[in-house]
Design a protein around this ligand. Sequence first.
Ligand code: ATP
Ligand code: MG
Ligand code: MG
Ligand code: MG
Length: 464
Amino acid sequence: IGRTKIVDLFKREDFGAVVNVKGWVRTRRGSKQVNFIALNDGSTINNVQVVVDLANFDEEMLKLITTGACLSVNGVMVESVGSGQKVEIQAREIEVLGVCDNTYPLQKKGHSMEFLREIAHLRPRTNTFGAVFRIRHNMAIAIHKFFHDKGFFYFHTPLITASDCEGAGQMFQVTTMNLYDLKKNEAGSIIYDDDFFGKQASLTVSGQLEGELAATALGSIYTFGPTFRAENSNTPRHLAEFWMIEPEVAFNDILDNMDLAEEFIKYCVKWALDNCADDVKFLNDMFDKELIERLQGVLKDDFVRLSYTDGIKILEDAVAKGHKFEFPVYWGVDLASEHERYLVEEHFKRPVILTDYPKEIKAFYMKMNDDNKTVRAMDVLFPKIGEIIGGSERESDYNKLVARIEELHIPMKDMWWYLDTRKFGTCPHSGFGLGFERLLLFVTGMSNIRDVIPFPRTPRNAEF
Ligand code: ATP
Ligand code: MG
Ligand code: MG
Ligand code: MG
């Protein structure tokens, strides 16, 4: 008989059928006559209960059924009263596919997130990470579905690039290591070329510039891929390797861009509530009792739209009334997440889209406002997270863009391929970047960004 996934087993009602399930033992308990094994196969947060009449099985085999062992069970599907599920299995045959020796890091109270990050094999098999990774998958599907249904094209931008899109100098340099052509110094040590076959290249910090080329040809595109930033700091919201979703749309202005961002995030949050109910509920009950309420809250209200200048006024008022921030507040400052969270959590109690930032704290490609001081930027700020999206209307005027590039001393010769979009049939266009893991932080309620990605990359962590 073929294997039935546990998630599918719970949907069946043909009680009396003989089924096969395979999975890992979560717990084993019971008496001298009957044992109950909770088996999980990763397809759902829920375990299936396997009832074992000990008299019918070989004693040596039974000894191998320990927490963490991998089993294949044939048995009869019966209606369950006590297991919390509708279905349980009366075991007929049990095969131990993989034993689990006594060095297995047994769960006593529940492991800390920090501890689990050190145990590569155990982490994805815990309920918590099973839930998080199933939600992660679902969010990826939701994102593609949202844009596909809107007629956007999924566009692939390169991971190796020569451009520093954000101009923040947070890039990882690419070096060449050709194993068949290794150069060695006199001492015999390998000499690596510290460039890309004789030219400088880095890992991408954003696919936006390439995405703009696509949008000004195909109309509406989005990227969804890994990006890399040399963030040599340890915050709960920054990774050195993270995934970004970057829609870019021709003929959209900043207001269209805000509408798209709001509709998009709400779609993803709703998808999680509708399609990941068991996993979201588990995380809600386990870690964050307000998670479901917070997710539903985001769907309810319009996001607040507010200029940076008005945002600063609110923060300055708060300071005047005695609120203590770690970092100073004044017009021109790049907001820290404590400021962003204050606006969202304390002041408005709703997500906020902050617009029209001072040009000095934003990248070169944003459209200048008439005041010549602010640009058409928009950051979407979320409870618990702070900045979840950064976007803008792009400067589409060739001369203004060149002037800005010169002002910032960005080497012009590297930018010709991008500037050509403004030279030949330029058009207004807008876009934004959503950090996938920031979205997942919000949707899962996890508090550290390391715990929403299978293999977190942070300073000095690259092994697994
Ligand atoms: P922050 O102010 O939090 O450092 P940023 O302004 O540098 O973010 P952008 O360049 O605007 O980030 O990138 C777009 C989005 O990508 C951000 O809104 C955020 O969601 C996400 N993001 C940026 N840096 C990181 C990172 N190091 N790890 C995870 N997500 C990130
Ligand atoms: Mg940053
Ligand atoms: Mg920022
Ligand atoms: Mg930003």
